[in-house]
Design a protein around this ligand. Structure first.
Ligand SMILES: O=C(O)c1cc(=O)[nH]c(=O)n1[C@@H]1O[C@H](COP(=O)(O)O)[C@@H](O)[C@H]1O
Length: 243
């Protein structure tokens, strides 16, 4: 595999910026990046026109709106979001089984109505900013963290979702239990030289790929670097070494 190819195929850059202008500036600087994530900050600021900007540049899109509500509401949200023709879409596993099933069906319906490809619907298992201690003491979940993440993933799989968002630290276990066809999308990725900031359960890009992640979501190590192109290049080179 050529230099940078693995990063181009497997790294999604999170565009956590406040407005369209900053997003365009980053996308145009990072010309080798093929897959971008639009999350709550940017989508709340710009609305769907940011998706058109990315499509006009032939980029793949992860629309990360992390829906979390009652079944009827998340189904409606997924139906609407699926009409945009994005590649990946998120919902929280904690919505529960009924909501996950309703969301899965609604995403298919929305995409069919718009005549676009349905998004891969993936569930957040447990945010990568939550530590084992916080899970026990703040969220009062009596399970061990890996067991809790696995239970959320299995519920998502049984409800018909295409995969989950999980920390790279849980990938080996989830891959073993959920099989090769289940998408494992991992944020909380930190090269050795990057600040961990609010991420609690991280691995390096190479470690996450070796563990079996399908996609890595990387934001600040690239987007807030003094030289974002150089940060991307360093990550691409690290990944080329394991290709
Ligand atoms: O759904 C996500 O993408 C997500 C889930 C999760 O558990 N943790 C997590 O960090 N994310 C997102 O992944 C990105 C990580 O960004 P950085 O920490 O800057 O690399 C952010 O856009 C988060 O919203």
């Amino acid at each position: 595999m050529g230099s940078g190819e693995l990063a181009q195929q497997r790294v999604i850059v999170a565009l956590d910026v406040p407005d369209e202008e900053s997003a365009i500036a980053l996308v145009d600087r990072l010309e080798d990046v093929t897959f971008f994530k639009v999350g709550l900050e940017l989508f709340t600021s710009t609305g769907p026109k940011i998706l058109e900007m990315l499509k006009s540049r032939q980029k793949s899109i992860f629309l990360d709106l992390k829906f979390d509500d009652i079944p009827n509401t998340v189904a409606g949200a997924c139906r609407s979001a699926a009409r945009y023709g994005v590649d990946l879409l998120t919902i929280h596993a904690t919505c529960g089984r009924e909501a996950l099933k309703a969301a899965t069906e609604a995403a298919q319906v929305g995409a069919a109505q718009a005549g676009v490809k349905p998004p891969k619907l993936i569930a957040i298992t447990l945010l990568t900013s939550i530590s084992a201690r916080q899970l026990a003491f703040d969220l009062k979940i009596p399970l061990e963290l890996p067991e809790y993440a696995l239970e959320m993933a299995l519920m998502a799989q049984e409800s018909g979702l295409d995969g989950v968002v999980c920390s790279p630290q849980e990938v080996v276990q989830l891959r073993q239990s959920c099989g090769d066809d289940f998408l494992l999308v991992c944020p909380g990725i930190r090269p050795t030289w990057a600040d961990k900031a609010d991420q609690k359960r991280s691995l390096t890009p190479a470690q996450a790929i070796v563990a079996g992640a399908n996609y890595l979501v990387i934001g600040r190590p690239i987007t807030t670097a003094a030289d974002p192109e150089l940060a991307w290049k360093r990550i691409s080179e690290d990944l080329s070494a394991i290709a």
